[in-house]
Each structure stands twice: as C-alpha cells, then as structure tokens.
Design a protein around this ligand. Structure first.
Ligand SMILES: NC(=[NH2+])NCCC[C@H](N)C(=O)O
Ligand SMILES: [Mn+2]
Ligand SMILES: [Mn+2]
Length: 314
C-alpha cells in the first residue's frame, strides 16, 4: 500500500458494521445485503489489502424492533421510531470505532442508516466532510417527502432542515450545507432541487459527469469540500449511483448512472487523499433481480469497498 492515512493510525484497522436493516424503505431484502457482502469474502479481501479487519457479526436490531410494540407513522414518515433507534445504535457503534482510531465500514441496509453513520463520524471528527455518491439526493424533509420513506431523508436530518421530529432529538444538526458534495445524481425530487438550490449545496449530477468526465468531477468535488485535502472524509456510497446494468439488485434503480469504472474511480480518488475516515456501502438488495444479477451487484459492492480502502489497478 503506497498511500498512508492522515487520520487512521497503524496498524490500520477497518471495523465492519454490518447493518441488516430495511426500515427506511418498503422493499424487503435490503437487510440481506450485508450478509451477502460478508459471505462473498469482504473480510479476507480487505485483509489482503493490508488492513486489520474487525468483524464480530452483524448488528442485531431485533431487540429494538421487538421493544417497539407499534410504530405508527408520524405525518407520513414510515417506521419513524424504528429508524430512529436503529440509527442511534449505529451512530454509537460508528462513533465508538472512530474513537478507537478504526475506520468504520458500514454495510447496509438502506440509506436511512447514514443518519447514524454520519452522526457517528461527526461525533469524533467534527470537521469531517461528506462525499455522497447516489442517484438520489436523500435530502427530503418532513415537508417535502412524497414517499414517507426515511431512506430519502437522511441528509436533511443531519443538517437540521425542515420541521423537527421529536423522536429524532438525539440527532445533532452537525452537518453543514457546505460540507457535503454529491456525485451521480439523476433522480432528484422537485422539493429536493429547491433545497439544494436555496442552501447552495454542491452537487455533480450525471450531466456534469458527462460534461467534464469523472476525473475532473471528483477533483472539483474534493476542491469544494476539502480544498487543502486536510479534512476527514466520510464516503457514503449508495450502490444505485451505478447504472442498473452494473448494479441491478437495488430498490430504486435509475437508468443513466455511473459506469463500473466511474464508480471505482471515485473510491480510488477518495482513498488517494489519505483523508478517508469512514465508509458506507448502502442499498444492495439481493432479493431483487435474478441470481446472476445479485452476484454481480454483490461483487461490485465488494470491489467498491476494496477500491476505497486502497486497492489499485497497478
Ligand atoms: N436511498 C435511496 N435509494 N433513496 C431513494 C429516495 C427516493 C425518493 N426521493 C424518496 O424520497 O423516496
Ligand atoms: Mn439512491
Ligand atoms: Mn441513497
């Protein structure tokens, strides 16, 4: 491994936070994503890259769901208490790993989990910035969401946008609007476009990827959130950022996405900064599509994680 990490001490340890959770969206199966990624051998693959890898089983959220006798919608938000308690547990797990100098690698599960992962990162690295790779902006507020699915809302919760849901009072609005950058967007709701515009939130959609090429886009994205390459980076990668021909097994696929190489390039370039402190891979749903597509999606998920943790082509 050529690059050294600015923030993760040697021997570099990656802590896998397996999150079999689907409560932020309606499709069953996304909770099996982390199980497939582990079974595909991600632990060994990361060890082969020179990481010490900690993984002591997937998080068990049954206790939380069993303790919730019922979880009626709040407004139109679905499973609001379940998502709150699960993401709070994830925030504590991620924050704890970060506190010990480990790099948390959270495998979802749906993207509502990022309420937890990014809260955990910011608890330890208040100056961290976020690179959010996704077809979607996931920044709906209580006022703008049409679906009520919380996986379309984590960014607004982290920023404290929209009216507050008391159930989420544990979430500190610690993410500043200038500390996130998006890459890959192409399915952004009208209300979300307004939020991005009014808050001057930097986003590189597929239009910019086509126009400038991925190399330039990643450079501009990092220049925006991390001009001196000295801030910790949290990379949150939704597998639906990739084109559905590359990663078909996901709940909300949108055509016109990143190629295999464009997705990996983003991960490689973030790793090269030496600033990565936390990594999410979300929305792999092995129950959607045929077996070949599932295997393909799981394999791509593993290779994105390897690229973000130092695998190079040469
Ligand atoms: N993490 C995701 N795949 N998010 C999809 C969100 C879709 C839509 N914008 C919504 O609010 O429901
Ligand atoms: Mn998405
Ligand atoms: Mn997402």
């Amino acid at each position: 491994m050529a690059s050294t990490s600015r923030f993760i001490p040697e021997p570099k340890t990656a802590a896998i936070v397996g999150c079999p959770f689907s409560g932020g969206q309606p499709k069953a199966g996304v909770d099996r994503g982390p199980i497939h990624i582990i079974e595909a051998g991600i632990v060994t693959q990361l060890e082969e890259l020179g990481w010490q890898v900690k993984f002591d089983g997937h998080h068990q959220f049954e206790e939380i769901s069993d303790s919730l006798k019922e979880d009626p919608p709040i407004g139109i938000l679905k499973n609001p208490r379940l998502v709150s308690r699960v993401t709070e547990a994830v925030a504590n797990a991620v924050g704890g790993h970060a506190h010990r100098g480990e790099l948390p690698v959270t495998i979802g599960g749906d993207h509502s989990l990022a309420i937890g992962t990014i809260s955990g990162t910011l608890s330890q690295y208040p100056d961290a910035c976020v690179v959010w790779v996704d077809a979607h902006a996931d920044i709906n507020t209580v006022e703008t969401t049409d679906s009520g699915n919380i996986h379309g809302m984590p960014v607004s919760f982290l920023m404290g946008l929209g009216s507050k849901v008391p159930e989420y009072s544990w979430v500190k609005p610690a993410l500043k609007t200038d500390s996130i950058v998006y890459i890959g967007l192409r399915d952004v709701d009208a209300g979300e476009k307004k939020i991005l515009r009014e808050n001057n939130i930097k986003a590189f959609s597929m239009h910019e990827v086509d126009k400038y090429g991925i190399g330039k886009v990643v450079e501009m994205a990092l220049d925006h959130v991390n001009p001196n390459r000295d801030r910790p980076i949290h990379l949150s990668f939704d597998v639906d950022a990739l084109d559905p021909t590359v990663a078909p097994s996901t709940g909300t696929p949108v055509r016109g996405g990143l190629t295999f190489r464009e997705g990996h390039f983003i991960c490689e370039a973030v790793y090269e900064t030496g600033c990565l402190v936390a990594l999410d891979l979300m929305e792999v749903n092995p129950s959607l599509a045929d077996q070949v597509s599932v295997e393909q999606t799981v394999a791509v998920g593993c290779s994105l994680l390897r690229s973000a943790l130092g695998e190079t082509l040469l």
